[in-house]
Design a protein around this ligand. Structure first.
Ligand SMILES: CC/C=C\C=C\CC(=O)SCCNC(=O)CCNC(=O)[C@H](O)C(C)(C)COP(=O)(O)OP(=O)(O)OC[C@H]1O[C@@H](n2cnc3c(N)ncnc32)[C@H](O)[C@@H]1OP(=O)(O)O
Length: 695
């Protein structure tokens, strides 16, 4: 963004520099077009004061015209709002995304935008942080003109044309907010209720509403004071640090590397023009929709005619709904269907999404290897099965990778791209790029049971079961996790996805055994403590919401409202008595520490094994795939915030109390990081490399 005044003096766009800490609100550096340099938010160095500069621009006697090209985000837009006029190129994007970084627009943005475009529209932009196109900005009244030509030339021309006109009516800080239809207090109460519900503990959206309320109810100068006070609380909270870490973590994971030395910048992806999806169950449908929405022609293969007919209808509906939401045409023409696997002969990449059955998947990979072009990439959407075994069924195992989508696949942002020892760097690069084009946060992970996300989850789930055995209820465990920021606790999620899913896996793994026995060995499987509670519920037909009961009761099959179940409480009491378990009072802190530290400990093992390249990879997986609260950065960031010595100490404590639970035994990488002075999370990758080289 550049600014021009009527006498052609240029207000040069400044390179981002300087501090953006709270006290920097009156001492901020000038932001670049993408807003403030997020990396500098923690620095102590100070730069040119932004707020006084914006005030000086606005108070000036010469018309100041902002020429907006590319992005005008955050401080960039706030600067433009200080100008008397704004002209945007038609391809420009504008927004106040501070909330996504745990902040609010604190260089007057929360005070000027509502005065300019009205409270409801400003609330929408400030609370969501969404970017708008130049056309929408014009419609909202944020910009005065949109041009398809050279924006700077247009701004100069415009400035000359308005030179000499009075500017009082162009100074936004002197405006009152346009009146709202209806009661202002009622509007803010309603918005605040919605925001608190959706924010689930995030403080920035709430502060954004409070700041806009100040704009609507206070004179400008007092509104600015309120903006500054609110920003001070945000800046000193850990949430802003977590969200800013997450911003860079998302970008870091796209620069993938593998232990064998393959790297993103040395591996060119293959062109992908057409894709096939095999299997049109829930996952296959979502994947096909996400591909078509990303503009890829997709051939979907489903051998069961009835399923195929149903899937065609469902996929079309999903595409139409999505298109309506986004205001675009439904990409129905991208989809074709077949019941014959021969239909994939001309595609560049296949995503197999049939049932989690190794025998079936192996057969399909043999068929694909025979039918597809020799250089076609063959991907499996398995969530747990061994990608190498599938690769070994094909002519070109180097062209096989896992693409683990999360349900619903057209909605969830996460994609784990699983490489095996034989996957070529090019295959990995191609799947990573495809994921990016589908709008996913794609994370490259090594092949091991459960990959990264589900491998860590196992340790967390196990603790949740053990806590029930020791005296907790599903309600106690869930409320501790929900209080932490998860949208649903483990037991509610389990009821939603179906208890039978995990039961099937445990049966295949030889863990869930028929019949119940008592005595000390009843709860030991494969040499370690095991809780059969989930299996016992399944044996009674309690699969969760779909059967009307699971860890909670739902009134009827398909019911959605979880209520505590007295039957379950008596069942737990009987179970404990049968197994000689004396229930004790468990507090929410223990629930969090046991569930989360066990999961984090497994995260350290994953880093130690080189299955994930760095803590950022694990954190993105948990934030974008497993509902970890975004404002807590992810499990590894959280561990660093809690302090590695404390995590280690608590794990040691719980392992002493439960020596039959290996997941609670602190991992050697955690010990070594603590011994090396607990470096900040951004330095772990380096530290791990160094520790590995010392072995
Ligand atoms: C001095 C304080 C005064 C006022 C305070 C104002 C508050 C703010 O301004 S807060 C910042 C508001 N701005 C943003 O939130 C924008 C963040 N950036 C983005 O959303 C995107 O980068 C994008 C602008 C939409 C462009 O997206 P894309 O084209 O996909 O590029 P990226 O890969 O995201 O980015 C390229 C490269 O730039 C780095 N980067 C982008 N924005 C910033 C930023 N604001 N600060 C620091 N670095 C930024 C990004 O990390 C990438 O770098 P890599 O090294 O390649 O990772």
């Amino acid at each position: 963004m550049g600014g021009f005044c009527g006498n052609k003096n240029i207000l040069a766009p400044k390179k981002c520099s300087g501090e953006a800490r709270h006290r920097g609100l009156t001492q901020n550096s000038a932001p670049g077009p993408k807003g403030a340099d997020i990396k500098e938010f923690g620095d102590s160095e100070s730069g040119p004061p932004l707020i006084p500069m914006i005030h000086a621009i606005e108070a000036g006697n010469k018309p100041m015209v902002a020429a907006i090209e590319g992005f005008a985000l955050g401080g960039g837009l706030e600067l433009a709002l200080g100008c008397h006029y704004r002209i945007a190129h038609s391809k420009a994007r504008l927004g106040l995304p501070e909330v996504t970084l745990g902040l609010l627009p604190a260089a007057g943005g929360s005070q000027r935008l509502p005065r300019l475009i009205g409270v409801p529209a400003a609330l929408d932009l400030i609370i969501t942080g969404r970017h708008v196109t130049a056309a929408e900005a014009l419609q909202l009244g944020i910009v005065d003109q949109v041009t398809d030509h050279h924006t700077v030339d247009a701004a100069v021309k415009f400035a000359l044309s308005v030179a000499g006109r009075p500017l009082d009516a162009r100074r936004i800080s002197s405006y009152s907010c346009p009146p709202v239809s209806g009661d202002l207090d009622a509007l803010f109460e309603e918005v605040m209720r919605k925001v608190r519900r959706g924010a689930r503990g995030a403080i920035a959206p709430v502060a954004c509403v409070q700041a806009v309320r100040a704009a609507a109810t206070l004179p400008y100068a007092r509104g600015m004071e309120r903006e500054r006070e609110l920003m001070a609380t945000l800046f000193t909270s850990g949430q802003a640090r977590a969200l800013q870490y997450s911003f860079f973590a998302q970008r870091a994971v796209s620069r993938w590397s593998t232990p064998s030395g393959a790297r993103w910048d040395a591996s060119a992806p293959k062109p992908v023009r057409k894709v096939a999806v095999i299997g049109l169950g829930t996952m296959g449908r979502g994947i096909a929709v996400a591909l078509a929405q990303a503009g890829f022609p997709v051939v979907s293969v489903e051998t069961q005619e009835k399923q195929l007919t149903e899937a065609k209808r469902a996929v079309s509906q999903m595409l139409e709904r999505g298109a309506k939401r986004r205001g675009v045409a439904a990409p129905l023409d991208k989809m074709s269907y077949s019941s014959n696997i021969q239909a994939v002969a001309d595609v560049d990449l296949v995503i197999e999404a049939v049932f989690e059955d190794m025998g079936l998947k192996k057969k399909i990979f043999q068929q694909l290897s025979a039918v597809c072009k020799p250089d076609a990439l063959l991907c499996t959407n398995t969530s747990s099965l061994d990608v190498d075994q599938l690769a070994s069924q094909t002519r070109n195992p180097e062209l096989v990778v896992g693409m683990h989508f999360f349900a619903p696949a057209h909605v969830m942002k996460l994609l784990e791209v699983v490489y095996g020892p034989r996957s070529s760097p090019q295959a990995l690069a191609t799947a990573m790029q495809l994921g990016k084009k589908m709008g996913k946060v794609s994370v490259a992970v090594g092949n091991c049971p459960g990959f990264v996300g589900n491998r860590m989850l196992k340790a967390y789930v196990e603790q949740a079961f053990f806590l029930l055995e020791e005296g907790a209820t599903p309600e106690l465990v869930d409320s501790a996790l929900e209080e932490f920021g998860f949208s649903m606790g483990f037991f509610k999620v389990s009821d939603l996805s179906g208890l039978d899913v995990g039961w099937k896996v445990r049966k295949e793994d030889g863990l869930a055994l028929p019949g119940v026995s008592t005595g000390p060995s009843a709860r030991i499987r494969q040499g370690r403590r095991y809780s059969p509670l989930g299996d016992l519920l399944c044996q009674r037909g309690r699969f969760g919401q779909k059967t009307g009961s699971g860890w909670y009761q739902y009134g009827k099959p398909g019911g959605r409202v979880a209520t505590p179940d007295p039957w379950l409480h008596s069942f737990l009491e009987e179970y404990r008595a049968q197994h000689g378990l004396v229930p004790r009072r468990i507090d929410p802190q223990e629930v969090l520490e046991r569930c989360l530290y066990a999961l984090i400990n497994e995260g350290f093992r994953i880093l130690e094994d080189g299955i994930a390249a760095g803590p950022e990879d694990i954190d993105c997986i948990y934030v974008f795939g497993y509902g970890w609260p975004h404002y807590r950065g992810g499990p590894m960031f959280y561990a660093a915030m809690v302090g590695l010595p404390k995590v280690l100490e608590r794990l040691e404590h719980y392992y002493r109390a439960h020596p039959d639970v290996p997941d609670l035994q602190p991992c050697s990488l955690l010990r070594r990081l603590v011994a090396s002075g607990s470096p900040p999370v951004q330095k772990w990758k380096e530290a791990i490399k160094k520790l590995h080289s010392q072995l």
